[in-house]
Write a protein that binds this ligand. Structure first.
Ligand SMILES: Cc1cc2nc3c(=O)[nH]c(=O)nc-3n(C[C@H](O)[C@H](O)[C@H](O)COP(=O)(O)OP(=O)(O)OC[C@H]3O[C@@H](n4cnc5c(N)ncnc54)[C@H](O)[C@@H]3O)c2cc1C
Length: 445
């Protein structure tokens, strides 16, 4: 009797570019996390909503942390919340908001787990103001066959603590996490600033660096490239009493990770044109309106059909962070590339960053563009993604490894100045490469 059960499941990345038949362990007590044979390759899996295959792979058992989703302790005076690593960010925000706190950095998908947010060191609605997830974590507990139980923080096991952020699950399985919460803005007003192109967008983003919510939406079509709107969520204390009450967030278990892909993809040229025209008319008007914080945190709740519209061929999201000094030149070269090659781009999102680029983290000082393209396996689309990567590399760009499944190790080695050191650091915490995934294999971690 080995004491643990394995299910045979087909797992698919959110972008639908990688699928594998995997053995999945769904432990529901701590001792079962240790029950796998010590030499069995494994990888932790949280919500499983990464665009790429980061929490599974052909060679590893996925250890799904879904049963470890409890909120364990809450210090309401200091805003310290201890949770199990499988807790979903949607549930965490739901609890925190109800108690007068919130976590300033959460990704757009409410089913992402706290463990997944640490392993990818995710960013939220304004990374220039709030940084990445790392800034809101007080302490972590993790385990691995090489190191049964470890506690790490800025003061204790600081090297392990640092390596775990953007460590993609390779430093071990996170079990518990203590988070530092902040007081939420009393009321938000959403200001819309239309922009003609990406250079103008960059200026508007820089001028609004302190807003709690700050991101741009842009048209990616030839002839319209970069046109869009910057959405700025500002604190509006005066309007607090008249602010729309945030509807209580839905429990994460009641939300689907993704809708079934539509049998016919919507995002062909005609569909993209119709959607961009509609969004342009709806969003790209100057003005402002009250905004509920809960809805601002999880825009995905209104965008599930949009993702289903990619159909079975799925999408790729290429997200690159460009330094300020190179951004305008990059944006212009990208516009020329799009005019010339005419790829299908469903949308572009822009964000401002003001952090430090170290290790494999998606952070730095500059502006990021997330570019979503349908059917990335089609040759024209694939060629565009490759050309985009070359262009971004030529302008000092940094890719987001948790987002783009078409990147390979050679691009990563050129993009991250500290790639070899980061890889060695992960290997030191992962003897024998026991923690492994499709992402780790593809990038060569
Ligand atoms: C619609 C959508 C919107 C998004 N918005 C944003 C955004 O705004 N900002 C952003 O930065 N990202 C964003 N993301 C990406 C997402 O936040 C990350 O991929 C995140 O890692 C997903 O968490 P998860 O729990 O689903 O992780 P999984 O997909 O399960 O795993 C991701 C990685 O985390 C590791 N991991 C998971 N749990 C643990 C654990 N307990 N211990 C150790 N390692 C673990 C896995 O091994 C893997 O390497 C978005 C994704 C989607 C689909």
């Amino acid at each position: 009797m080995r004491g643990y059960a394995l299910a045979d499941s087909e797992l698919v990345s959110f972008d639908r570019q990688f699928r594998a038949r995997c053995r999945v362990q769904r432990p529901d007590r701590y001792r079962l996390l240790d029950a796998l044979p010590a030499d069995e390759p494994r990888i932790a899996r949280g919500g499983g909503v990464s665009y790429v295959g980061a929490s599974f792979g052909n060679a590893a058992i996925s250890q799904e942390l879904g049963a470890f989703d409890r909120l364990l302790a809450f210090d309401a005076e200091r805003g310290l919340l201890t949770v199990e690593a499988g807790a979903r960010v949607g549930d965490l925000q739901r609890f925190a908001l109800a108690h007068g706190w919130y976590l300033p950095v959460t990704p757009g998908h409410p089913k992402a787990s706290v463990g997944g947010c640490i392993a990818a060191d995710v960013h939220g609605k304004n990374p220039a103001r709030d940084g990445t997830f790392r800034g809101w974590v007080e302490a972590i507990e993790l385990q691995s066959p090489a190191r049964p139980h470890a506690i790490a923080s800025e003061r204790q096991n600081a090297e392990l603590f640092a390596a775990t952020f953007a460590g993609f699950g390779l430093t071990g399985t996170l079990t518990r996490v203590t988070l530092r919460l902040a007081r939420p803005p009393s009321a938000l007003v959403l200001r819309r600033v239309p922009v003609r192109d990406l250079a103008e967008a960059a200026k508007v983003l820089r001028d609004a660096a302190n807003a709690p919510v700050l991101y741009g939406w842009h048209d990616g079509r030839p002839g319209h490239f970069g046109r869009g709107v910057i959405r700025i969520g500002l604190v509006d204390d005066a309007a607090a009493s008249a602010a729309p009450a945030s509807k209580p967030l839905t429990a994460a278990r009641d939300l689907p990770a993704a809708l079934q892909p539509l049998p016919v993809a919507l995002w062909n040229r005609a569909g993209i044109a119709a959607a961009n025209t509609w969004l342009g008319a709806r969003w790209c008007r100057p003005g402002q309106s009250p905004m509920a914080l809960g809805e601002a945190l999880f825009p995905l709740n209104g965008a599930r059909t949009y993702f289903a519209g990619y159909g079975r061929a799925g999408l790729a999201e290429a997200q690159w962070l460009l330094p300020h000094v190179r951004f305008d030149a990059f944006a212009e070269a990208l516009r020329e590339l799009v005019e010339r090659d005419r790829p299908r781009i469903a949308l572009i999102a822009s964000k401002l960053f003001a952090g430090v680029a170290d290790g494999l983290r998606f952070d730095g000082n500059g502006i990021s563009l997330a570019i979503q393209v349908p059917a990335p396996a089609q040759s024209g689309q694939r060629a565009f993604l490759e050309a985009l990567a070359e262009l971004a590399l030529a302008h000092g760009g940094r890719p987001n490894l948790i987002k783009e499944s078409t990147l390979d190790g050679s691009v990563a080695r050129r993009a991250f100045a500290g790639f070899a050191e980061a890889r060695a650091r992960l290997a030191a915490h992962n003897p024998g490469g026991l923690h492994t995934s499709e992402l780790a294999r593809r990038i060569g971690l």
